[in-house]
Design a protein around this ligand. Structure first.
Ligand code: FCB
Length: 472
């Protein structure tokens, strides 16, 4: 699959036939119309109203106005030549009280979206939960309450019942680690709680929710594939002193194994459960079996790696390539991660369900953003995916995060992840240079790679944080 042209150092990287190229978004980050169509409030609507929670004080009320513009948006995805589109379904649109009555208008919206995608020849890849829990469920103790897992399975059954004839792969949750950790332990995400014990309870109920929904999906859509999307951040200790090694070990278990291990039938990492003093009182007989039914696909979200020190003193050296949110850019970590996952787990297939970067987006030519840095980021990660596939890791697709600039959770609208720019004043969508390049990759099922070029020359070398540190 690799042809080397020795004169130019250009290597042609092609991907396996049928490799899936696409883009990803989520409901709360792009839809807007939060109080339209019978939708109730989600925990994110309430969180946004709380002083100081969102960096720019913004909310999801309008976002990218995708709820009204979905037809044009699907036409744009088609124009870009994407094979698949990952989006999420908003639970508060479907079952506004979390449990009970179904809102037909909500279901109709996703029904139309799926039809629009199929008519355009784009494969719909819905995720059932991308963080927008109905506030009504949070009022009953959110993910700390076991009943939320049961309610999620009922909600999943409603959606699957309506769309199963047109959807071939069902993804239960997006990034359960972030839901439990940022939502219940650090409080940086909705619902903004700060208790380790709550985080542990939430994590178990998220795993259970995946399992219970999985059972319903299997029975309602026996031919569909079952998937979950998990984020992975490879950890390395800052030094080889014991405290740092121990810290990195537990962080790795908590962030990278807490969800995939139980699904693979390996249970929770026991020493880490003890380390964080989790009494495991939430685990009931049979739960671990429910959670470990086989999945068909593991969705991998990858952005960065993390360097861990026990006393939290580690600082990324000045000059390290980073995105505008300060996350280190380290493509080889993705290749390493994929090989490690494939060695450790029995999962039959992988898809990169999110990968991308917020960049400064300051260079504009003929009205279009020349985002060489984002393009390079995506390309260097694709080189890693290509290498992992060559080593035998079954990766079936790659989805860029994100199709659009959008509401980046607690960061608000500051960071721009899109390969398509969104002008929030006019809602105009303007494809960036990376979109054109990525579209070509999808069309050719690969790209020419200059092995002699240094990709990092186009990455921001100095972030605002670097500058501040230098000033000190
Ligand atoms: C992931 C989320 C996604 C987006 C990216 C940047 O953690 O799944 O919604 O915010 O990060």
């Amino acid at each position: 699959m690799t042809n080397v042209d020795s004169a130019s150092a250009l290597t042609s990287l092609s991907f396996p036939p049928g490799f899936v190229w696409g883009t990803a978004t989520s409901a709360f980050q792009i839809e807007g119309s939060t109080e339209i169509g019978g939708r109730s409030l989600s925990i994110w609507d309430v969180f946004c109203r709380q002083e100081g929670r969102i960096a720019d004080g913004s909310d999801g009320n309008e976002a990218c106005d995708h709820y009204n513009r979905y037809r044009d948006d699907v036409a744009l995805i088609k124009e870009l030549g994407m094979h698949a589109y990952r989006f999420s379904i908003s639970w508060p649109r479907i079952i506004p009280d979390g449990v009970g009555a179904v809102n037909g208008e909500g279901l109709d919206f996703y029904d139309r979206l799926v039809d629009e995608l199929l008519t355009a020849g784009i494969r719909p890849l819905p995720t059932l939960y991308h963080w927008d829990l109905p506030q009504a469920m949070e009022d009953r103790n959110g993910w700390v309450n076991r009943e939320t897992a049961e309610a999620f399975a009922d909600y999943a059954a409603v959606v699957v019942g309506r769309l199963a004839d047109r959807v071939d792969t069902w993804t239960t949750l997006n990034e359960p680690f972030v839901v439990a950790n940022h939502g219940y332990v650090t409080g940086e995400h909705a619902p903004g709680r700060t208790s380790m014990a709550d985080g542990m309870a939430a994590s178990h109920h998220l795993n259970l929710a995946h399992g219970l929904a999985g059972q319903r999906i299997r029975s309602l859509a026996p031919d569909a594939r079952l998937a979950i999307v998990i984020n992975f951040t490879p950890m390395r200790p800052a030094t080889d002193i014991k405290a740092d090694l121990v810290e990195a070990h537990h962080q790795n278990n908590l962030e990278n194994r807490w969800y995939s291990d139980p699904i693979a039938g390996l249970g929770y990492p026991d020493d880490t459960a003890d380390f964080y003093e989790w009494d495991r009182s939430e685990i009931r007989d049979g739960d671990m079996e429910v959670m470990s039914q086989p999945i068909d696909l593991l969705g991998v979200n990858f952005y960065s790696r993390s360097t861990v020190s026990a006393d939290k003193s580690y600082k990324t050296p000045i000059g390290t390539p980073r995105n505008t949110m300060g996350w280190e850019i380290h493509p080889p970590s993705l290749g390493g991660l994929l090989r490690e996952l494939h060695e450790r787990y029995p999962f039959p297939s992988y898809m990169i369900t999110e990968n991308g970067a917020p960049m400064p987006d300051t260079v504009r030519v003929d009205g279009r953003i020349e985002d060489e840095d984002r393009l390079n980021y995506i390309r260097e990660h694709l080189v890693q995916v290509h290498g992992a596939i060559a080593d035998g890791v079954p990766v079936e697709g790659y989805l860029v995060w994100s199709l659009f600039d959008n509401f980046e959770w607690a960061w608000g609208y500051g960071p721009r992840f899109g390969i398509v720019e969104v002008d929030y004043e006019t809602q105009a969508r303007i494809p960036k240079k990376s979109a054109g390049w990525f579209s070509g990759v999808a069309q050719n099922n690969g790209f020419d790679y200059d092995t002699a070029a240094d990709p990092t020359i186009h990455w921001p070398k100095k972030t605002a944080e670097d500058a501040a540190a230098e000033d000190d």
